[in-house]
Design a protein around this ligand. Structure first.
Ligand code: NDP
Length: 240
């Protein structure tokens, strides 16, 4: 059997599609998210589903150790769980900043720390962190979201260097706008409307979760000695 793949935020969007594509190819999986019923609905073979909030390190670690008892040590973790609460820093509530920093940054760091020691010891393993084009370019009304996604780029690159002597890969993936539930959680209706208007005016809409998942799987399946450090992937029509 292939080695264990852990996917966070697998109840929706990129994570759900990644789960399907890795499963189709015979990988055993640990899927985590808060809405466990959506993970279980996928009904994938050789798959353990756990209700985990990635900001809770103990819960997250327990789920990974549980899956490793059945499938062996984690060979790939995709730290994908994230939230995008767009807002203007002038009036956005600090609770929304905190939520994005907790999930998008602390959640990723938790995932990295949980698997890192075993990967170092076995001199093998891959960590893929999902950032965003908003992690390499600034966008209006994205201040706190950009802060969280720039953080993912920064911390991924630091840890990539630190783990390189151990033959462990750290990759970061920076997708552009892709249709998922992500925007629906933004609470500012005007900003949400503006986001949809921008998508319509630019014609962004061709790229799918399948395109992104396929690319991530391709990067993982390169030989362990090859690290595709950063992937920026966006709709051809995306202007920024
Ligand atoms: P979705 O909203 O469709 O999926 C987000 C996933 O994250 C859900 O499965 C959700 O599961 C999970 N999640 C959120 N908070 C937590 C938490 N505290 N603990 C565990 N899981 C959590 O969005 P996408 O698929 O689009 O987003 C996936 C990643 O891709 C995010 O990091 C996002 O920032 C990034 N991204 C997305 C882009 C896009 O345009 N779609 C562009 C660039 C980056 P649940 O609610 O069940 O816990």
């Amino acid at each position: 059997m292939k080695k264990l793949v852990v996917i966070t935020g697998a109840s929706s969007g990129f994570g759900k599609e990644l789960a399907k594509q890795f499963s189709e190819d015979g990988y055993p999986l640990l899927l985590v998210a808060r809405r466990i019923e959506l993970l279980e609905e996928l009904n994938l073979p050789n798959t353990i589903c756990k209700k985990v909030d990635v900001t809770n390190k103990d819960e997250f670690e327990n789920a990974i150790r549980f899956a490793e008892e059945t499938y062996g040590k984690t060979d790939l973790i995709i730290n994908n769980a994230g939230v995008m609460l767009l807002g203007n820093i002038e009036n956005q509530g600090a609770n929304e900043w905190q939520q994005m920093l907790d999930v998008n940054v602390m959640g990723v760091m938790n995932g990295m720390q949980i698997v890192m020691d075993d990967m170092k010891e076995s001199k093998c393993g891959t960590i893929i962190n999902i950032s965003s084009i908003a992690g390499v370019k600034p966008f209006g009304n994205h201040a706190a979201y950009c802060a969280s996604k720039y953080a993912v780029v920064g911390l991924s690159e630091v840890v990539r260097g630190e783990l390189s002597p151990y033959n462990v890969r750290v990759m970061r993936v920076c997708p552009g706008a892709v249709d998922t539930d992500l925007i629906t959680h933004t609470t500012d209706e005007d900003i949400k409307k503006g986001y949809h208007e921008w998508k319509e005016s630019t014609g962004v809409g061709s790229i799918s979760v399948s395109d992104v998942a396929k690319t991530i799987k391709f990067a993982y399946e390169l030989p362990q000695g090859v690290n595709l450090r950063e992937i920026q992937i966006a709709d051809t029509r995306q202007d920024a």
